[in-house]
Design a protein around this ligand. Structure first.
Ligand code: OAD
Length: 247
């Protein structure tokens, strides 16, 4: 199922970089954004995922994020997340760049994870910047306020129209450019600038592997496409990789 070229490139790879999107968490029960069952079919991003909407109606935006926090508190990493964490044990230079805010890579054991769109477990004050955990946030049926300056607290996630965290973005470009093999897993690859990373990697010489249940805008650029669920494919790829590194 895996080409000889992929296995031999993995075998000789110094740097393996993995770019993930909502699809890798789908088998954990986390909804994706696009497609027939996607979140953006039921909810409007312009009302829930941008700063102006938050200022207009912080309570509504917080209802949506509290709901998502609850969903994520009740899910677990799946075989795809664990395979990537295990790959890091076998190869010292495996880095995951994720667009997901769900913390599932870290929960599976990956230690080198760059988060391009933030993390739903973190929050901060829009006035004084204070970081604040869910446990100490006071809701009282409305949007939470900063215990220090009474400013509005927001989730530490990137909304439409906002810049990506500069350090995470710069590190992501560096590991995309350094990659010998670059995996694009479970992402529709349509949200920029994150979606430019696979082609940045390819233009810098990486072997570009796409893993997705369907073809995407990126497929045209990929050196190899593995169609199927990442929770099936990644563990099998790990097995093949294990057998070549132990040869
Ligand atoms: P999308 O919902 O756009 O795409 C999910 C992709 O995963 C699709 O291409 C599916 O075909 C694929 N997929 C679904 N189940 C899969 C599985 N089990 N195995 C492999 N692939 C599977 O999600 P993203 O590409 O992550 O941004 O979306 C990018 C950004 O758009 C998100 O980070 C979010 C959203 O708006 C912000 O909120 C800023």
């Amino acid at each position: 199922m895996f080409s000889e070229k992929l296995i031999s490139t993995l075998r000789g790879a110094e740097h393996i970089t993995v770019f993930t999107g909502a699809g890798i968490s789908a088998e954990s029960g986390v909804p994706t954004f696009r497609g027939d069952d996607g979140l953006w079919k039921k909810f409007k991003p312009e009302e829930l995922a941008n700063f102006d909407a938050f200022i207009r109606n912080p309570k509504l935006v917080w209802e949506w994020y509290r709901y998502r926090k609850q969903v994520l508190a009740n899910v677990k990493p799946n075989a795809g997340h664990y395979a990537l964490a295990d790959m890091e044990q076998l190869h010292k230079n495996v880095v995951v760049i994720t667009q997901n805010i769900d913390n599932l890579h870290q929960r599976a054991g990956s230690t080198k994870v760059y988060e391009l769109h933030g993390n739903i477990n973190r929050n901060y004050c829009i006035d004084c910047g204070l970081s604040i955990t869910d446990e100490v946030m006071s809701w009282l049926g409305r949007a939470p306020l900063c215990p220090s300056c009474h400013g509005l607290i927001r989730p530490d996630v990137v909304w439409f129209g906002e810049l990506l965290p500069v350090d995470q973005w710069n590190k992501s470009i560096a590991v995309a450019e350094a990659a010998d093999v670059f995996f694009s897993v479970g992402t529709s690859a349509v949200v920029y600038p994150a979606a430019s990373l696979p082609t940045i990697a390819k233009n810098a010489g990486a072997y570009l592997l796409e893993i997705n249940t369907e073809r995407t805008d990126l497929s045209w650029h990929a050196d190899e496409i593995l169609l199927g669920k990442s929770g099936d494919i990644l563990p099998r790829l790990l097995q093949s990789y294990q057998s070549v590194v132990h040869q």
